[in-house]
Structures are given as C-alpha cells and as structure tokens.
Design a binder for this molecule. Structure first.
Ligand code: NAD
Ligand code: MG
Length: 386
C-alpha cells in the first residue's frame, strides 16, 4: 500500500488538528507534505516539528516571518499570503489536499489545488455555497476526486448510489445549543452561550452557524452541489444525539443512514482513505448506553430564520448564495466581537441580499467581486444596528 501525501489547509483549526491526529496515527498510510494556516504560527511551528512537511504557509505575513525564524534549523520554507497558501495547496508532491480553512478565504487555495489535480477532501463548505456550479465545473474539468468531510455529506457519500434513484436526502441537525428555544428566549444570548455546542467541538464561526441554524442552511446548499438534488428534495430533521449523520431515501422507500460517534475523525478518515478505510482512535458506539435516538421536525422559521434564508438563496441561484455567505461571515464576526445582537444576524443577511443586484455567476471573478461587495454592504448594516 502506498503512502498518501497530504497538504492540509487550515491545519491549526478544529478539522486541521483532527486531520493531523488521523495522519499521525497511521504513519504507514499518510504523510503530510504541506501545512497552511492563517496566523497561528506557534501552533504551525509545533505541527511542523511533528510532521516535517516540505513546506509551510501562513496567510499572515508577520506570522510567516515568526514561523520562518522558528523553523530555520529545520530548513522548511515558509510561504505567505494567499499566494503562499495556494502554493501549499497545489504542492507538486501532494496527492490530496484537505480543504479546512474557514470561510470564503478557503475558495482560492482550494481552486488552486483542483487546478493542480489534487484529490480534494472538502471540509470548507463555504466553497460550494459561494461558487457551487463553477466549483463543480472545475472538479469535472480537472477530473479530480471530491470527497466531503462535513459529517452529513460524508454520511450521504457513504450510502450514495445514484441521484436518479433518490427520493430525498434527509440532513440531520443537532439543533445546536438553542434547540427548542423560541425567538423571545434568544434576545439576549451571549457568544459564550452560543459557542457551547452540546455534541461537537468546532471552530468559532461554525459553532455560531450551528446556533443560528445557518450551518444546516449552508449544508443544504452544499448537498445540492455534491449530490445533484433540487432544494425541494433536501429535507432537514432535528436529531439531538448526532449519531445518525444523515440519510438517503431511495425511490423504493428504502432509507439508508450512516451512524457513528460525533467525532470528526471518522468523516476525515473516510475522506483521507477513500476508497479504502483506515484505523482511527474513535471509540465504538455503545448503543445500550445511548438507549434512544430521537427525531424532531426542523424549527419554526420564525424562531430560526437562517435555514430558510439559505433555501431561498439556493432557489434564487446565481450570486445569491455567495452574498448570503459573505453577509453571514460579517454578521457572525460582529456577533462574536462587536456586540451585534444574536437575533439580528439573519436581519443583516436578509438586508444585504435585498441591497445588492444578484446576477449570474458566470465566472469565479464574479463570485469574488460579489463576496467583496456583500462584505462592505453587510458591514455598513452592522454599523447601523450596533
Ligand atoms: P477553525 O476556526 O477551528 O479553523 C480554521 C482554520 O483556517 C485555522 O487553521 C485558521 O488558521 C485557518 N485560516 C483562517 N483564515 C485563513 C486564511 N485567510 N488563510 C489560510 N488559513 C486560514 O475552523 P474549523 O471548525 O476547523 O472549520 C474549518 C472548515 O471546516 C469550515 O469551513 C467549517 O464549516 C468546516 N467544518 C468544520 C467542522 C468541525 O467540526 N469543526 C465540521 C464540518 C465542517
Ligand atoms: Mg456538518
């Protein structure tokens, strides 16, 4: 069995750290040849000492300088900026690129990896939300393998037969920290409360997306592009235990679900090893201990409007999902760091969508321009509210 070489984008984040865990516990199967992150150079330096990659990249120039000094003895080159991160993504010796940068910043490096014909293990759902059709065209043009890391999409990928046989997809949602809460109870929630996810330990942005249900909305869009079903055939059901990671209902009524502990090392390992399997340290499911798996209808849009906003953006198509994504990133950052009230996150998104002409996404430049424009508009709306 040959060793698979990996470039890990977003190596210091929650997905990145779990990717390294899977790779380092299977040294006969995987070798990390490139590490890339935003600004956390201390963590990257630590990881580089462990993994001995051929190259390291930090988006932030000053952080790159620090890493360069700290890694001088190992003679590992440290690249910087979006070009440096993209170079790491497309490194000649890498066979697969793990795309786990958070947000729109992940799009350009992931496209660079596709164009260099790397297999893509995709955690960065924002890529597909922003540029779904164009992204899938690049995947087809360069004939690369695209394997989802997001647990719901990994579940569907693992039970996938043919799109034309599918009656519907059922994405499961844990409901997040505010499951069962009504609008009135969400007025004064703090970032600390919103960050406290019951089942998953994740980065800050996706944790807030889980609290607003925007994460599930982004995942509906992601599922549309990955599996080719229209929005009316993509359902969401709340499943608080996060054991069933999603389901496909086929035309004969058969429902195939995938289960496992809520531990991202499993879907990461699935993507890394596909079409084979690899060992992880994820504990076995203890079903008697779990005792109950329960399901509930998705929440009322009056309480959690973000899921509907995402369905609407998907139906509108063109640049609408890119604008939705950018406005959401701005609003989430403002909630975390600038006191934007929780319930105004969907308002910022809705108003940004209303303020911009939403044309077609003919090429990636259109998507980058819409992202840029939407951030400016959303920021102005945030400032009006705060
Ligand atoms: P995180 O915040 O923990 O980590 C983000 C990573 O991106 C860090 O390594 C950071 O340094 C890097 N980064 C940020 N800006 C960058 C830039 N401009 N250039 C290069 N690197 C940059 O986030 P996470 O929770 O690991 O999520 C990463 C992605 O995976 C997100 O798109 C998220 O939606 C998706 N995802 C995460 C989980 C999870 O369990 N954490 C599950 C499913 C999908
Ligand atoms: Mg998910």
């Amino acid at each position: 069995m040959s060793v698979k070489t990996l470039s890990v984008l977003g190596c210091t984040g929650s997905i990145g750290v779990n990717t390294l865990d899977v790779a380092l516990s299977n040294p006969d199967r995987f070798r990390i040849v490139a590490l890339a992150a935003g600004s956390n150079w201390r963590r990257v330096v630590e990881q580089a000492r462990q993994c001995r990659p051929e190259v390291v990249a930090l988006f932030d120039e000053e952080a790159a300088d620090q890493a360069r000094a700290a890694l001088a003895d190992l003679k590992i080159p440290v690249l910087s900026g979006v070009e440096g991160v993209s170079e790491a993504a497309a490194l000649e010796s890498a066979r697969m690129t793990v795309s786990a940068i958070v947000g729109a910043a992940g799009l350009a490096p992931t496209i660079a990896a596709i164009r260099a014909r790397k297999d893509i293990a995709l955690a960065n759902k924002e890529c597909l939300v922003m540029a779904g059709a164009l992204f899938m065209e690049e995947i087809a043009r360069y004939q690369v393998r695209l394997i989802p890391v997001d647990s719901e999409h990994s579940a569907i990928f693992q039970v996938f037969q043919q799109t034309r046989w599918m009656r519907r997809l059922v994405l499961t949602a844990s409901g997040g920290p505010f499951r069962g809460k009504r609008r009135g109870e969400l007025v004064n929630v703090t970032p600390e409360q919103a960050l406290a996810h019951p089942n998953w330990s994740m980065g800050r942005k996706i944790s807030i997306d889980s609290a607003t249900m925007m994460n599930k909305g982004l995942e509906v869009i992601e599922a549309h592009w990955l599996f080719g079903l229209p929005p009316e055939q993509i359902d969401v059901v709340v499943h608080p235990q996060s054991i069933v990671h999603s389901m496909v209902e086929y035309m004969d009524g058969s429902v195939l679900a995938q289960m496992g502990a809520p531990d991202m090392r499993t879907p990461i390992a699935v993507a890394m090893a596909w079409p084979e399997r690899t060992q992880t340290n994820v504990p076995s499911l203890d079903l008697p201990q779990l005792a109950k798996l329960t399901f509930e209808a998705r929440p009322d849009p009056a309480d959690f409007p973000c899921l509907e906003l995402a369905y609407d953006a998907l139906r509108r198509g063109g640049l609408a999902p890119a604008v939705l994504n950018a406005a959401n990133e701005v609003a989430v950052a403002a909630f975390l760091d600038a006191g934007l009230p929780f319930l105004t996150i969907p308002k910022v998104i809705d108003r940004t969508l209303d303020s911009l002409p939403l044309g077609a996404a003919a090429q990636l430049e259109d998507v980058f321009a819409a992202d840029h424009q939407a951030r400016k508009v959303a920021q102005r709306i945030v400032e009006e509210i705060c």
